[in-house]
Design a protein around this ligand. Structure first.
Ligand code: AMP
Length: 280
């Protein structure tokens, strides 16, 4: 396994044999089974697998947890070695954002609601870093998690709009046995908060059950989820949304076609997200 912070080394490895198909998994490290599910899928579907580990500063607002974000490079590399990853790219901030850096990628409408409303500069950072990583690694396929549902919509838009020559593969949300979506941020939770955080997946399941029992009104489904989150005293609601899965526009009337239920909830300072797709 090659581990490098050098673009020339990545490209040398990438183009040793142009016929080989490369799968790529971008991450911010602090790897868990959710990340590894992407790596395994990439391993199964490609000749070579590249993973990037980079905590991208431009996707964090000044008030967010950039400095505190968990970093475990040594154990991450050990996990990736076990998965037979070929190349790990661990760039520095200086390489990714030199002092004269001034070019950003901005996706418009689908970045505005949901995460974009709570974190207005977040997606510009995500699209910019992912575009750079795609240009550096030049993969045939790129693997992302449905855990970050809006990120998937935004990045697919970018890939189509800017004609990136790769296939986007979206992998299901990996969950703990009790339903909590795996996240690098779960390590911030106290034992009490960890127990309370089950309210996210339980709320999504309750909404799914209501949908399956015939509830087709977006506003009523959203209200059901708001009430469920608010019933948990340690939870502080950021947003709960019932939206069209493609446009991300809120569905207030009849639910038709594929619909994204999504939410962000604070437990103390820790902000967790979760989501589920209905219908379609
Ligand atoms: P991150 O390190 O948080 O930027 O995540 C890197 C990739 O792993 C993104 O495509 C995430 O959507 C994906 N990911 C993170 N958590 C999970 C999870 N629980 N299940 C599936 N994919 C995940």
């Amino acid at each position: 396994m090659i581990v490098t912070d050098n673009i020339n080394a990545v490209q040398k490895s990438r183009w040793t044999d142009p016929a080989l198909r490369w799968g790529f998994v971008p991450t911010m490290g602090a790897l868990h089974q959710g990340h590894l599910s992407l790596v395994r899928r990439a391993r199964a579907e490609n000749d070579r697998v590249a993973v990037s580990i980079y905590v991208n500063p431009t996707q964090f607002a000044p008030t967010e947890d950039l400095a505190a974000y968990p970093r475990n490079l040594e154990s991450d590399l050990a996990l990736l070695k076990q998965e037979n990853v070929d190349l790990v790219f661990t760039p520095s901030d200086r390489l990714m954002y030199p002092s004269n850096f001034q070019t950003y990628v901005t996706v418009e409408d689908v970045t505005r609601p949901l995460e974009g409303a709570s974190r207005p500069t977040h997606f510009r950072g995500v699209t910019t870093v992912v575009a750079k990583l795609f240009n550096i690694v030049q993969p045939n396929r790129a693997y992302f998690g449905q855990k970050d549902a809006q990120q998937v919509v935004v990045l697919k838009r970018m890939v189509d709009d800017l004609n990136f020559n790769l296939e986007m593969i979206i992998c299901p949300i990996a969950r703990e046995a009790d339903g909590l979506a795996m996240s690098s941020r779960n390590v911030y939770l106290s034992a009490e908060q960890r127990a309370a955080a089950l309210v996210l997946s339980q709320t999504l399941t309750a909404a799914q059950q209501a949908f399956e029992a015939g509830e087709r009104n977006g506003t009523r489904l959203q209200q059901l989820m708001v009430n469920s989150i608010n019933a948990q005293p340690l939870a502080r609601l950021d947003y709960v949304s019932v939206a069209d899965a493609v446009t991300l526009a809120e569905v207030t009337g009849a639910i038709e076609g594929q619909t994204l239920l999504s939410m962000a909830v604070f437990f103390g300072k820790t902000r967790l997200i979760d989501n589920m797709l209905l219908g379609g």
